[in-house]
Design a binder for this molecule. Sequence first.
Ligand SMILES: [Zn+2]
Length: 301
Amino acid sequence: MKNKKAKTRKIMDEMSETKVSEHIQKSSIPNKTDEESSMAETDDMKKANKKMSRKKSRVSGKKEDKDQLLEAWSPRTDIGKKVKNQEIKELDYILDNGFSVLEPEIVDFLLPELEQDLISSGQVKGKFGGGARISFRRTQKKTQEGNKLKFSCMAVVGNKNGYVGLGFGKAKETVPARDKAFRKARLNIFKISRGCGSWKCNCKTPHSIPFAVEGKSGSVRIKLMPAPKGTGLVVEKECAKILGMAGIKDIWSHTEGQTKNKVNLIYACEKALKKLLSTKIKPQDIENLAIAEGKITGAEK
Ligand SMILES: [Zn+2]
């Protein structure tokens, strides 16, 4: 009996995994030849191949594609036109004056070293809380025709030097949801300030944050506190992704509430980070806590 159960469970898990991967496969690599797929392979081999090809397409085609897309980009907004003509050369000019970024290419153009990543906010089916974390959250709506699926996804972008953005995308399939999330993340980009407010460290280099900040969303509260050099990111895994993208190296944290709801946790983390810039600071503290806004050049690093 036990074996049977384990077997059926395995098959179910594989089904759900292949569904998701097929979705991605279909739109990212549309012209796969029939010969390749018709070849006799075991299921494991096929899976491995799929994974490899997906990874290759992501890594190899990216930079060239990006450059080509940016060259072909024809801006439609005023700010976009100014960026393309190189009248605006700094992202700070847009953020400080409160201009709205309506085209994601603006951020790509001004921050060429931008990196992106998905946050695992979803979970595959599993008994007794055993489901693995995945980046797509699957939700169902009951209708007369049956269950209607929707996929949602969270993404983070950043240059690991003072700028981060978070985005949430939702669609009927996985790939459009992912694209929406990346687009939203670029539009929502913001600047943070860094420093060293640790009572233990007092080193006057911007490796941590200058003071403790709190954020709240739903029932989740998160408190980020400055830590001494060499501590690392002592936070929940997904928050660590965001802080790493922002360029913070050392931090302590404390959370309350339903932190297994990753969407609320990420929003709380975003709100806390936004407080770093909006808090009013005394002029003498800027020197004492080594506060630096946005980008830090090589010498100060
Ligand atoms: Zn320090």
